[in-house]
Design a protein around this ligand. Structure first.
Ligand code: ADP
Ligand code: MG
Length: 541
């Protein structure tokens, strides 16, 4: 009898071969099923309640998949590509998952028929390269020196992204706002220089864009109300210093035997604090922002001297203020004097403004870096959260479009054009590859088909019309979501940056190849304190 050799821990789950690939493909399709209905302008939203009972309403593929907490190892690949698409270009997260699942679905039959996955992978790689080349070829470059025209282009791209979101009806309003915000930034378009603040209440149209930094009034002590609420060209000090009497807080033990000594300690405490405050005052500072708390004594001190203060400012707000207004975050007030201007920042106007039931500090006219802050208004919290996510998509797209101004038409147009090109190409090559590339070409049709299905259209009919149009070389024909028909989505201004599609298609193909190349999953069980049966057997008790 052959001895049984155990190399893996007991309880290890391993499955391999063709059936493993097929089961992975099925898992990926299940994931795609979950977000299929969210695609496009007529897509539905999902309400997800996480294990802590927090509800999230979203239409964004990456957000939904993140919240679903998928555990299947192969299906997690899809979550990862959705995330990477989100990080890389910001939009197209649903599309990338649908495309991967469709490529896998179409190649499934070849696996079932016993074709080796390396052949399939090779063909897919070849087809992907061809697809990317084709996109670059047909993408339209609309570089224009006319600022007005350029703006219009950016707004159209933002509109297309927003049209598939909860705020589709306000898309013109928000597209303008997003473009304004992005254009306010400097060359590098740093994403973190656009702050998004949410204030519940009011209507969506009450949302506004501040050309500068804004953050919520922080917790403050009584004297705060006596401080002035508007400053012109103030000197701003950003601190990382606590302006509070320490003894009240600290748990230190001090042993004293008479009252005088105690008084001395209290006095010392006060004079340290007053010293710090005086240094700031003497240096001409008008506005004091601190990461750490500012106590009541300090608040009153500033109020008496027409200075403004805010303690416990959140770190990212403080950093943004620093970038925008200049200066450094100071950790000691020693050596401060009026000449040390570089340590202080400034801006044209600091103002406290009431927004809904909250108060905000606005810093506008900042000299150093260009920043923008969006203040979003709206009913429920979940709603504003989704608005924020949607705007994030739009901001990313506009940034992309600013940097790289070649665009393609959306609404399934580019996908149909690619599908046709690949199908034509596949006819020119012999052998198995022909079948695989044709299958890959067909996968692109999932986007227009799903757009139709989500809108309640007859997908077969529309797709036939589209194929016909593309056969006649009308490359920008796509789904007309309003009239249940097909039309030229380029003239209809359903525009998307070409990079979004390039990235989505590359990522989808890579993910599909990855899943096709995995033919064995080995799952090692979590180790437990209990010795396993095998271990017991080895002890030979
Ligand atoms: P994703 O997460 O992939 O961006 P979306 O739900 O945003 O998913 O849907 C994007 C799709 O909707 C794209 O294929 C885009 O071309 C299409 N789309 C957006 N606006 C329109 C429109 N007005 N008409 C037709 N298709 C549109
Ligand atoms: Mg989108």
């Amino acid at each position: 009898m052959q001895p049984m050799i155990i190399i893996l821990k007991e309880g290890t789950d391993s499955s391999q071969g063709k059936s493993q690939i097929l089961s992975n493909i099925s898992a990926c399709q299940a994931v795609a099923e979950a977000i299929r209905t969210t695609l496009g302008p007529r897509g539905m939203d999902k309400l997800i309640v996480d294990n802590r009972g927090k509800p999230t309403i979203s239409n964004d593929g990456a957000t939904i998949l993140k919240l679903l907490e998928i555990v299947h190892p192969a299906a997690r690949t899809l979550v990862d590509i959705a995330k990477s698409q989100d990080a890389e270009v910001g939009d197209g997260t649903t599309s990338v998952v649908l495309l991967t699942a469709e490529i896998l679905k179409n190649t499934k039959t070849f696996i079932e028929d016993g074709m080796h996955s390396t052949i399939i992978i090779r063909a897919i790689r070849k087809a992907t390269a061809l697809t990317i080349k084709k996109i670059k070829e047909i993408a339209v470059n609309i570089k224009s020196n006319d600022a007005e025209e350029h703006r219009a282009l950016l707004e159209k791209c933002a509109c297309t992204t927003l049209s598939s979101k909860l705020i589709a009806r306000q898309r013109d309003f928000f597209a303008k706002m997003v473009v304004d915000a992005v254009l306010m930034l400097d060359e590098l378009l740093p994403l973190n220089m656009i702050g998004i603040k949410k204030v519940t209440g009011g209507s969506l149209e009450d949302s506004r864009l501040i050309a500068g930094v804004a953050f919520k009034k922080t917790f403050s002590y009584a004297g705060f109300e006596m401080q002035r609420k508007k400053y012109l060209k103030p000197i701003i000090a950003l601190l990382n210093i606590e302006l509070e009497l320490k003894a009240e807080r600290d748990n230190a033990e001090i042993r004293l035997d008479n009252v005088d000594e105690y008084q001395k300690i209290v006095d010392a405490e006060w004079s340290i604090l007053y010293n710090k405050l005086e240094k700031l005052y003497k240096a001409g500072v008008k506005v004091v922002l601190s990461k750490l708390p500012i106590g009541d004594v300090a608040t009153q001190y500033f109020a008496d001297r027409e200075m403004f203060c805010a303690g416990r400012v959140q770190e990212d707000d403080l950093k943004r203020t620093q970038k925008a207004c200049g200066g450094t975050i100071i950790t000691t007030v020693e050596n401060l004097h009026e000449q040390s201007q570089h340590v202080f920042g400034t801006c044209d106007i600091l103002e406290e403004v009431q927004i809904g039931s909250e108060r905000y500090n606005f810093f506008t006219g900042c000299p150093k870096a260009q920043t923008a802050t969006m203040i979003l208004r709206g009913g429920a919290e979940q709603f504003i959260d989704e608005v924020e996510r949607s705007l994030h998509d739009a901001i990313m797209i506009v940034r992309r479009a600013v940097k790289n101004d070649s665009i393609v038409a959306g609404g399934g147009a580019i996908e149909m054009a690619l599908s046709r090109t690949l199908r034509d190409y596949s006819r020119t090559i012999p052998g198995k590859e022909q079948l695989i590339i044709a299958a890959y070409a067909k996968a692109f049709e999932v986007i227009p088909r799903q757009l139709c299905e989500n809108a309640g259209f007859d997908a077969t009919n529309i797709l036939n019309k589209l194929r016909q149009k593309h056969f006649e070389n009308h490359i920008w024909f796509g789904v007309d979501i309003i009239h249940e028909d097909v039309h030229d989505n380029f003239t209809a201004a359903v525009w998307e940056p070409a990079v979004v599609k390039i990235n989505a298609i590359t990522a989808a193909s890579e993910a599909a190849c990855l899943i096709l190349s995995v033919d064995e999953t080995i799952k090692v069980p979590k180790s437990s304190a209990e010795p396993s049966n095998a271990a017991k057997a080895m002890n030979m008790t």
